[in-house]
Design a protein around this ligand. Structure first.
Ligand SMILES: Nc1ncnc2c1ncn2[C@@H]1O[C@H](COP(=O)(O)OP(=O)(O)O)[C@@H](O)[C@H]1O
Ligand SMILES: [Mg+2]
Length: 240
């Protein structure tokens, strides 16, 4: 479905990606893992058309999306939930959800998606008329994901959805991602929480300083002692 071929990207003089190649298949839940500054968000920015790579190619369903605008890419069905859950705080929950449906104007589909969102996020149904900014952190993250789902994305990209959430809410978010995966949503999950991510994903890529250092199934990745010490050791301490 999605394929990155040898992607290089930079911010001025800073080279953030140095030849990133990865793929996400139809219906897969794939994680892109790595410490702060590894280049994970930059990778998502390239896919979403926010940042243009200076080398390499990006394929979506076999066609290059390189150079397309963020709007064009969103209309192709790629939806990004950015880090920091960018919702509209002064708009109501309902208005936030309506904005997410911008690529699908059909009323029947809107209502069906809204029904699914209420099933997945019952708390949002209760708070429909409340301004988004009055929701708790966990609820705002749910709203951000729900808003992305309103466009029936073919690929959902989540940038550190568990960041800054209390442990109980972190559990909820990972359960939710697993549930979306079971429903057939194709997901590219960016996380620093390696341990929790490996519990739910089909495959993962480990990124460090703009390079993919390792990839494989959770079983394959866990078999690498270096990964345990570098990532799980650090994560285990900071998240428990
Ligand atoms: N807007 C920016 N301007 C300059 N440098 C940036 C910008 N965004 C990210 N970087 C740099 O690019 C590298 C990768 O950052 P990023 O993709 O945000 O990492 P991650 O999401 O894995 O934490 C880091 O060295 C970071 O400092
Ligand atoms: Mg980031």
């Amino acid at each position: 479905m999605l394929e990155l071929k040898n992607i290089y990207a930079r911010y001025g003089a800073i080279t953030a990606l140095r030849g990133v190649s990865m793929a996400v298949g139809n219906g897969e839940l794939v994680a892109l893992l790595g410490v702060n500054g590894a280049g994970k968000s930059t990778t998502l920015a390239c896919i979403a058309g926010v940042l243009r790579p200076w080398k390499g190619d990006l394929l979506f369903h076999g066609s290059s999306i390189l150079g397309k605008s963020p709007e064009q890419i969103a209309r192709l069905g790629i939806s990004l939930v950015p880090e920091g859950r960018a919702i509209f705080p002064s708009l109501t929950v309902e208005e936030n959800l309506r904005l997410g449906a911008f690529t699908r104007s059909e009323k029947t589909e809107y209502n069906r998606n809204l029904g699914e969102v209420f099933e997945l996020f019952p708390v949002l149904k209760e708070r429909l008329q409340q301004p988004g900014g009055t929701l708790s952190g966990g609820e705002q993250q749910q709203l951000a994901i729900a808003r992305a789902l309103m466009s029936s994305p073919r690929l959902l990209m989540l940038d550190e959805p568990s960041l800054g959430l209390a442990p109980a809410l972190v559990d909820q978010i990972f359960e939710l991602i697993a549930r979306l995966h079971q429903r057939g949503v194709t997901i590219l999950l960016v996380e620093q929480n390696v341990e929790r991510s490996l519990e739910i994903v089909d495959r993962a890529y480990l990124m460090n300083t703009g390079l993919i250092e390792n990839q494989g199934t959770p079983e394959q990745l866990r078999a690498h002692a270096d990964i345990e010490s570098i990532y799980m050791g650090v994560q285990g301490k900071s998240n428990k």
